[in-house]
Design a protein around this ligand. Structure first.
Ligand SMILES: [Zn+2]
Length: 455
């Protein structure tokens, strides 16, 4: 047994009250036992990946995912399971072919999400290799006009936190076409934003906001990018042929899927746990974010089947369309504000299904202090890293001074190997790591609820 001192700021507990933690330690041990023995989340992930499959917002796969999630939540004993309508974009990637003219060098590529197509006859143009978007300033319009810009810089391998490397590297994917269009470029090719030096191309969102013209944008697998680079060294005047038949359609109605348990003491205070149900279309979206979706479902379900009586209202929210515009999260936050719902706790999992490391805390300092005072409960399970600042893309939409928002953090070393690539499949997930994550989220939810933590 260990005595801890609760900090001032816990609303209904006397400041610095001493509490006996033996019961909490045993409760949390039971949550981890259940998670590891039953592997419910892992079983759900298998269904989501193998029976539903890819689920880009606006696609039939996303529709099936909504049905699957609603049907699954319906069996778990929530007070209410409901769908929240969200309008989402509908884009299809069509076919892509890209080759070096007059060469048999193979280039593995995919369109970036939302790219416009090429003209029907394709684009044949010279290539200008530029490391990154910020390097465009070293060139004139004359250098670039009519050419395909090849942004070739790899994601930096030397960061320990790959999320930081991603944040730096993703600029060329997101804004590369827009920025290159200002120089009259015909199209953009990027080296995939990935930590893995294989040949899988990685897709992801891009923007044309501020573009002079909408030009096609595609990503090459890491090794393909090396091959194009080497070919350019041999022959700087080489041309590529590129044909892409992607298409934009009218927006589609889709849904956030929500399961709710009404709180026994503070029903008007809401705690949310969630991930995003949509994925990219190239694979099963196991890491991004099937893992976070089933961890959220299982996290709350672990507490439900433990017999714990929730003081606050708890919801699992499976957000629609994080990848392609955050529509679900924005709509959820908009409705919450419109109806005056008070969200006090949010936990998001959207960093893959690897072993737990900790939480990132978005809150006033008093909320940060409260969460950190629980740290030692989770240390035996490998959670030691707590950072302050950002929670997550979906939960972050709920930010306000009344809320403590947490991003669940899994180990990041493998995540960007799979992220947005055809390799993001169920087989890339380790069941124990995934289940430890679900138990970690459940345990934090439990502590925050039992001790009525508010910022
Ligand atoms: Zn994601």
């Amino acid at each position: 047994m260990k005595k801890i001192f609760l900090l001032a700021g816990f609303a209904s507990v006397t400041a610095f009250a001493q509490i006996d933690t033996t019961a909490d330690e045993a409760f949390i041990r039971g949550i981890y036992d259940d998670a590891l023995l039953n592997q419910q989340g892992y079983q759900w992930l298998h269904e989501l990946c193998k029976e539903v499959g890819p689920r880009l917002a606006g696609s039939e796969g996303a529709e099936r995912a909504v049905e699957w999630a609603q049907e699954t939540l319906d069996t778990l004993g929530f007070d209410r399971v409901y769908l929240q309508p969200v309008e989402v974009p509908h884009w299809e990637r069509g076919e892509l072919s890209v080759a070096i003219a007059g060469s048999s060098i193979e280039l593995n590529a995919c369109a970036l999400g939302g790219s416009v197509p090429t003209p029907e006859e394709g684009i044949t143009a010279e290539v200008i290799e530029i490391p990154d978007v910020d390097d465009l300033k070293n060139y004139t319009r004359e250098d670039i006009e009519g050419k395909v810009v090849f942004f070739s810089a790899p994601m930096r391998q030397t960061y320990i936190n790959t999320g930081s490397a991603y944040g730096e590297a993703v600029k060329k994917r997101h804004t590369g076409a827009m920025e290159a269009s200002k120089y009259g470029a015909a199209a953009v090719i990027i080296r995939s934003v990935t930590t893995r030096m294989d040949d899988a191309p990685h897709t992801g969102s891009m923007t044309y906001e501020g573009a002079e013209e909408r030009i096609p944008s595609i990503a090459l697998g890491y090794q393909s990018a090396d091959r194009l680079h080497n070919a350019l060294q041999q022959n700087p005047a080489l041309k590529v042929n590129m044909t892409l038949t992607s298409q934009w359609f009218d927006p589609v109605m889709s849904y956030n899927v929500i399961g709710e348990i009404v709180g026994s003491e503070f029903p008007d205070e809401i705690a949310v746990v969630g991930g995003h149900l949509d994925s990219w279309d190239l694979a099963e979206g196991a890491q991004d974010d099937g893992a976070g979706s089933v961890q959220s479902m299982d996290g709350l379900f672990l507490l439900m089947r433990s017999g714990y009586e929730f003081k606050r209202t708890h919801r699992v929210v499976l957000y629609m369309n994080e990848e392609f515009g955050l529509d679900g999260a924005r709509e959820y936050a908009r409705v919450a504000q419109e109806t005056g719902e008070r969200h006090v706790i949010g936990i998001e999992s959207d960093g893959g299904g690897d072993v737990p490391r900790g939480f990132s805390i978005q809150s006033l300092p008093s909320g940060v202090e409260a969460v950190e005072s629980f740290k030692w409960f989770l240390e035996p399970y490998g959670l030691r890293e707590y950072s302050i600042g950002w929670s997550g893309a979906d939960i972050g939409q709920l930010r306000n001074d009344d809320a403590i928002l947490l991003g669940y953090r899994a180990d990041s070393q493998r995540y960007f190997d799979y992220h947005h690539a055809p390799t993001d499949v169920f087989e890339s997930i380790n069941a124990r790591a995934l289940q430890l994550g679900a138990a970690s989220m459940a345990s934090m939810l439990y502590l925050l609820d039992k001790y009525e933590v508010r910022p």
